[in-house]
Ligand binder design. Structure first.
Ligand SMILES: *Cc1c(COP(=O)(O)O)cnc(C)c1O
Length: 384
């Protein structure tokens, strides 16, 4: 069967994979080696040094390309290392238009590392694609999109943004960490680069830190591969293996994340002590129509604001939660709760944060795959 015709639920299991050539191992072995024997200088079997390529990493990279409907996958030591490689495509003087409500670490990388090398960033709300055009000038080279956004769960119309990126001959990169290819495949919507923190849903078990890029275009893949090898922020074979294993159950886990996400969002929206719930599945969500057309379901990421609450009270609630573990990160089988103002988004100045709605009392949930009634009971006892 041609791999390209496989449905998503089969690609997660089989995409880019063949039994290992040496002994027929069904699961790609962990090739824990830095180097490879050569018969004569240059006489090797496609692998010469594990920064350049490693068979376990290659197996993961092929799987990533398959599930994102791309042609080339590249795996890195972390999500931020993957983003770092994308920005290194640019030169001093170039500018990037980025979603304003993004992962705090992406913001920090852009502002505190790349600005000092002369790359400019504009952070803007992208719910109206027309806004973007106002910030495009002759130095603009890249549009950086995160959707749904973190932690406000805004949804950005990737197809509409890609029409702009094509009109102005820009690259469009989409951070697909929150949605995963189970919910949306940005390359099919016109993006040039898909980026993942595979630390989250792709790995799915909170046991590994890893990043990924997927592209369709060979030239772009070659440029990114050059950066991956030249800068060297690759992931190791053990970590590649763990993410490959995670991807094989991605579709099954995501189905449950979405079901539980809906149950928890519905519960919170009816709770008298909750002021606001941010989840793209609500018909009242301002971007619900785009979410419905662009995504296959609405995911398990939810943010909410308790009524009349402040910094201290929000912290009390996340401390009281028991089944929801208070921790950074998201996308694992276990439910996590976070307080963006003091945790994931502490690196964004308070006034910048609050402009985007990340107030001191905002709480973010990554709803896991436990029984939904246990999760709701836990929220009930914490919210009171
Ligand atoms: C976690 C995260 C990142 C950064 O990935 P790391 O693997 O932690 O380096 C980037 N974007 C989003 C949306 C994330 O959640």
């Amino acid at each position: 069967m041609s791999e390209k015709t496989l449905k998503f639920n089969s690609k997660t299991v089989h995409g880019g994979q063949q039994p290992d050539k040496a002994y027929g191992a069904v699961m790609p072995p962990i090739y824990q080696t830095s180097t490879y024997a050569q018969s004569t200088p240059g006489g090797h079997q496609g692998f010469e040094y594990s920064r350049s390529a490693n068979p376990t990493r290659t197996a993961l990279e092929n799987s990533l390309a398959s599930i994102e409907n791309g042609n080339y996958g590249l795996a890195f030591g972390s999500g931020l290392a993957a983003i770092d490689a994308v920005i290194k495509l640019l030169n001093p003087g170039d500018e990037v238009v980025s979603t304003n409500d993004i992962y705090g670490g992406s913001y920090r990388l852009f502002k505190q590392i790349f600005e000092k090398f002369g790359i400019g960033f504009h952070f803007i709300g992208m719910q109206e694609a027309g806004e973007i055009e106002k910030h495009i000038n002759r130095n603009t080279k890249l549009i950086w999109v995160e959707t749904p956004t973190n932690p406000m769960m805004n949804v950005i119309d990737v197809k509409a943004v890609s029409q702009l990126s094509k009109k102005y001959d820009l690259l469009l990169a989409v951070d697909n960490t929150f949605a995963t290819p189970y919910l949306q495949t940005p390359l099919d919507l016109g993006a040039d680069i898909v980026m993942h923190s595979a630390t989250k849903y792709l790995g799915g078990h909170s046991d590994v830190v890893l990043g990924a890029l997927v592209v369709k275009d060979k030239d772009l893949a070659d440029k990114l591969y050059f950066i991956q090898n030249a800068s060297g922020a690759v992931c190791g074979p053990m970590d590649s293996f763990l993410v490959l294993r995670g991807i094989k159950t991605l579709h099954v886990r995501m189905q449950r994340h979405c079901e539980n996400g809906k149950a928890v969002a519905d519960y919170l929206s009816k709770h008298p002590k909750i002021e606001k719930v941010y989840w793209p599945g609500f018909e009242t969500h301002p971007n619900h129509a785009i979410a419905k057309s662009q995504m296959n379901d609405f995911g398990g990421m939810i943010s909410f604001v308790p009524k009349g609450s402040n910094y201290e009270e929000a912290i009390k609630i996340v401390e009281k939660l028991d089944l929801f573990i208070l921790a950074e990160s998201l996308g694992g089988v276990e439910s996590l709760a976070g307080h963006p103002a003091s945790m994931t988004h502490a690196s964004i100045p308070k006034n910048e944060r609050e402009k985007n709605g990340v107030v001191d009392s905002l709480i973010r949930l990554s709803v896991g795959i436990e029984d939904a009634s246990d999760l709701i009971a836990d929220l009930e006892q914490a919210i009171g």
